[in-house]
Design a protein around this ligand. Structure first.
Ligand code: SAH
Length: 398
């Protein structure tokens, strides 16, 4: 079978030879007349094979590379990649943990394919035209590799719009997952709503940071801002926190957080579940905590919104510092890919200076290892965080 070819402009194979998995429209001199999502070869101006990937005429990223070998892209290909991704993760997962990401798109050399495993159920997210066109192959590969009780599709992320795709959600195979599925993370019970929760139900990318919160929490009071279903609070309580207060705008997420407190044997006090806007509420509060966690949603999805996002981060960090006792800890995160760790550190610097607090970086945080960053695709990195010791207040505080 001949595979349609995208022909590169002269000399434009450089980034591909450095194994970068995206081909932009500007690098191509000729494109085939094929459907969105179809498999194409990328060839040099003089006709030599460079890579094979999925074509999308509706995206600036015209080809997303599956492989740099002339191998067949079929169900067996997806199965091989998934098997490899699963095998190394299995050996590295913390004990008593049954919720993790099996496949992280380009991070696992499967562009657009997100596979999350929740105690036997799979949440599948297909983010690109290529992945979407291969749904049947991918579902079959997931069945073979993971033998799940059910596969539920959550292809409703913003990425799809840029690819010209509509939202798709629903059961693809087997049983519908329970409305709140109980999973374990280092022995702690978390409750996951696969069908309706944010992302695919749980922020698996924050596992290592939750473990860090647990390590630091003993004897402390905790304010968990942007708490979602209480993940950081449950970790902190398992680590000996005396109290963990959750603040989020989402009523359904807080309802799950309450249920999860019960499932872990923690007392449920109404005062510890605050449904409100974080920016307003932090300003209105006067209580201070030993540890404050700030894990807001992405404030910017594109380069053009970085400035506004930085203002948002600075504001929320200033408020978070004010709610942290002198000598307390602040765990601050950014999940905006366009705000890297260096830039985010500058934002924390500006916030500390403006509220007049001594501040020390105790640790840098990032993706859990099941969200690997392909060294040839640094664009895959989006999450950064800092453990800050918020020291004494300066007399000149503004
Ligand atoms: N830390 C969580 C994930 C946080 S996701 C975990 O580890 O599971 C970001 C959360 O911020 C979402 O639950 C969303 O509902 C909430 N959110 C978004 N805007 C908000 C706002 N203005 N005030 C409070 N919460 C907000």
């Amino acid at each position: 079978m001949t595979i349609p070819a995208c022909v590169l402009k002269f000399g434009r194979e450089k980034s591909l030879l450095a194994r970068h998995p995206w081909v932009f429209s500007g690098a191509l001199q000729r494109e085939p007349d094929v459907e969105r999502g179809e498999t194409v070869d990328v060839v040099t101006a003089d006709g030599h094979f460079v890579a094979r990937g999925a074509y999308n005429p509706d995206s600036q990223i015209r080809v997303r590379i599956y492989t740099f070998e002339p191998e067949t892209i079929d169900e067996a290909f997806f199965e091989r990649r998934l098997r490899e991704a699963l095998a190394w993760r299995r050996g590295l997962l913390p004990a008593e943990t049954n919720a993790f990401r099996v496949c992280f798109a380009e991070g696992d050399e499967l562009p657009g394919v997100i596979v999350d495993h929740y105690d036997g159920f799979v949440a599948l997210q297909l983010q690109t035209a290529g992945a979407d066109a291969r749904r049947d192959d991918i579902v079959e590969a997931v069945r073979r590799v993971l033998a799940p009780k059910g596969i539920y599709e959550r292809s409703d992320s913003g990425f799809r719009r840029e690819e010209g795709l509509d939202t798709r959600t629903g059961l693809l195979f087997g049983d519908v997952p329970p409305a709140t599925l109980a999973v374990k993370e280092s022995g702690v019970t978390h409750l996951v709503d696969i069908a309706n929760g944010q992302k695919t139900g749980m922020f698996l990318d924050q596992r290592d940071s939750r473990a860090m919160a647990r390590r630091l929490a003993n004897g402390k009071t905790v304010l968990n801002v942007f708490s979602y279903t209480g993940g950081f609070s449950l970790a902190a309580l398992a680590g000996g926190a005396t109290r963990a207060v959750n603040l989020d705008t989402s009523g359904p997420a807080l309802a799950i957080a309450r249920e999860a407190y019960r499932a872990n044997g923690h007392a449920v006090n109404d005062a510890d579940f605050i449904e409100d806007d974080a920016f307003a509420r932090l300003r209105a509060m006067d209580e201070r905590f030993d540890m404050v966690i700030l894990d807001p949603p992405a404030f910017c999805k594109s380069q053009s919104h970085v400035k506004t996002a930085l203002r948002g981060y600075k504001d929320v960090i200033m408020q978070g510092l004010r709610r942290t006792k002198p000598g307390g800890l602040l765990l601050a995160f950014s999940c905006s890919g366009h705000v890297d760790a260096t830039l985010f550190q500058k934002v924390i610097f500006g916030a500390a200076l403006d509220v007049g607090r001594q501040a020390q970086i105790l640790a840098r945080l990032g993706h859990s290892f099941d969200h690997p960053i392909n060294i040839y695709h640094p664009e895959g990195e989006y999450l950064s965080g800092y453990v800050i010791r918020a020291g004494r207040e300066e007399a000149h505080a503004r």
